[in-house]
Each structure stands twice: as structure tokens, then as C-alpha cells.
Design a binder for this molecule. Sequence first.
Ligand code: SAM
Length: 233
Amino acid sequence: MLATQADRVMALGEWEGRWHENNIGFHQPHVHNLLESSIDKVLAGRTAVRFFFPLCGKAVDMKWLADMGHSVVGVEISEKAIEQFFEENNLTYSEEPVPSIPSAKVYKSSEKNISLYQCDLYSFSSSIEGQFGAIWDRGSLVAINPRDREKYASLIISLMAKDCRYLLDTFLYNPELYKGPPFFVPNEQVHSLFGNSCDIELLQSVDSLTDKQRGWGLDYMTENVHLITPKSE
Ligand SMILES: C[S@@+](CC[C@H](N)C(=O)[O-])C[C@H]1O[C@@H](n2cnc3c(N)ncnc32)[C@H](O)[C@@H]1O
């Protein structure tokens, strides 16, 4: 099953093109229901947690968490997405170059603790913002090119602080019927990517087939939310 999508590649320019054409069906105007229902498990009683959002788009979840007193660092290739995030959430922002990443910029909210890096995710590292206490991965592992999953997992693991609680959203469906993205990520692969250094708990598994996915030709779609935490030494 994995082989079906193994060679699918979406270039960064294609993602930027989607933003320019407003072809962003993945964006949700509300806080993600599975983040909302899992938030207590992610926070585990902690306050002022540093959240990382890989491939953040303009997810309103970032504002929701910042309003609760957490801080957010996101990475997104599309300048348009980042500008829309601040404008649509009525946040003023400043823009600065990032000396250690050529041609990258960081957009910082003036009111909230939100910093969004406009760059390729793979040029980001813990040397830039340190490690994080939580990660919300929605539309990220399932959106990167399948051949890059090991590189992606190494980067994410390197960004996890010892107490990090990483919430990962994945999909199961028949990849013979739809080419993605979102790409199909079986639970076994979540274990092969993260299981050596992390404990993995399947928190939620819900039927997420709607008319949209039926229109893609799918006959089932399951959305899985995993809680991934570094193994204690
Ligand atoms: C499926 S969308 C999900 C956005 C967001 N997480 C959400 O839930 O709405 C994937 C996003 O990743 C961005 N993207 C794709 N590849 C990237 C990369 N290598 N580095 C940075 N951003 C990337 C795209 O522009 C797009 O906004």
C-alpha cells in the first residue's frame, strides 16, 4: 500500500501556487476538533507551553493556543499564508530576516507570542528556536513528500524537549483510489518512524469520510491522532 504513493512529489512552488490560487481546501476556519478534544493530554497540566507547528499554513489553532498563554513557533513556505494568518486574526506583526537561514524571514506578532518562519521546513533546526514542549502536526507529516518521511521524523525528534508531547494527525484510506495529499500514513509507519526513541499512544481514531473525500473517490477514511512522547532514559 505504501508503495502506491512512495514517489509522489509536490514541489514547494506547487504549494505556493495553491496559496496564490486560493486552492486551500485543507484550511479550517475553526479550531481543529481533535486538537480541542486532546488538549488536556497535550498540556498534561502545564502552562505557558512552547508549541511547534510544522507546515503551519494559517491554522487558527495557533491563535487559540496563544490566547491561552502558550507560545507558538510555526514554519511555512508561503508568505501569503503567513500574512493572511496575521491579517485574518487582526494581529499586527513585524518582519525580520533570519541570519542563519538564507532568504528566510520570521514574522512576529506584536501582541501574542507567535513567530512564524517563512522557509523550507528542512532548513529549520533546534539551533534557531531551541526545543519545544509540544508539537501539533496536522496536515504536515501527511503533506510532506512520502520519500522524505525519515528525514522529517529525525528533524521532529530533534525539536522535541524531554517533556515534549507531540500530537500527530494521520489518515488511513485506500491509496489506490486517491493520490494525495493528504498522503496515507499507516500506524505501523508511525511506529517505525518514531518508535525507537518515543512512546506512541493512539488517542483517537475517527471516521472522517465526508462528501469531500467521497468526491476524491474514497470509500473510507479514518483519522488517527497519536500522542508521541520521548522515552524516558
Ligand atoms: C496541508 S497544508 C496544512 C497547513 C496547516 N497545518 C493546517 O492544518 O491548515 C500544508 C502546508 O505546508 C506548506 N508546506 C509544504 N511543504 C513545505 C515545506 N517543505 N516547508 C515549509 N512549508 C511547507 C504548504 O504551503 C501548506 O501551507
